[in-house]
Design a protein. Structure first.
Length: 190
């Protein structure tokens, strides 16, 4: 990404304002339209030209990575913390609940979480590292006898997708999401 603040320099106040409007508009557009929301629509919502958008964020991946960098970091921190829990099962429960909370707090999270970033992007590298940590966590919970042997990372992804549907259509999203997670955890426990 070429955004000046990434290089440690401060932006002019008008450039900072443009960036903030773009980020807010992008978050709203991703929430409503998914990770493939048109860049032109994002620029229009932000009240800037497409040239300004692309100067700040040359690619969709750059924009997605910037808008959701705090969420990505939160996911990484959550799975690392889960690995340090003396109870692998409780670490897994905590991590899954953290992911569900992120989904509840920001409905665009799932779209970005599942977005196909280029393999050499920082997001893909970060995701791969978090994926390896998740596999370690699943293996530890299985070794402790708390997790069914047939459970794998695809089951966690299936839960993320199912929870997204619950959050979109539920009359009481928080309650129904919590119930889905509770049922899932009950089903995978050994």
């Amino acid at each position: 990404m070429t955004d000046n603040d990434e290089l440690g320099r401060t932006l002019r106040s008008d450039a900072e304002g443009n960036r903030d409007r773009i980020v807010n508009a992008a978050r709203a557009a991703f929430r409503e339209l998914g990770a493939d929301a048109p860049m032109k629509a994002i620029a229009s919502r932000a009240g800037v030209g497409t040239a300004t958008l692309y100067r700040r964020f040359p690619t969709r991946e750059d924009l997605l990575a910037y808008v959701f960098s705090d969420r990505r970091t939160g996911c990484e921190d959550s799975v690392r913390a889960a690995l340090t829990n003396p109870s692998p099962w409780q670490g897994l429960v905590d991590h899954i609940n953290h992911l569900a909370r992120l989904q509840l707090e920001d409905r665009a999270f799932t779209a970005v979480f599942l977005y196909g970033f280029p393999a050499d992007s920082p997001v893909s590298r970060s995701r791969a590292e978090a994926g390896r940590a998740l596999l370690q966590l699943l293996d530890a919970a299985k070794a402790a006898g708390d997790l069914r042997e047939d459970v794998d990372e695809n089951d966690i992804m299936l839960l993320i997708k199912a929870n997204d549907g619950v959050l979109r259509w539920a009359a009481e999203p928080a309650m129904e999401s919590a119930r889905l997670v509770e049922r899932f955890l009950g089903a995978v426990r050994a």
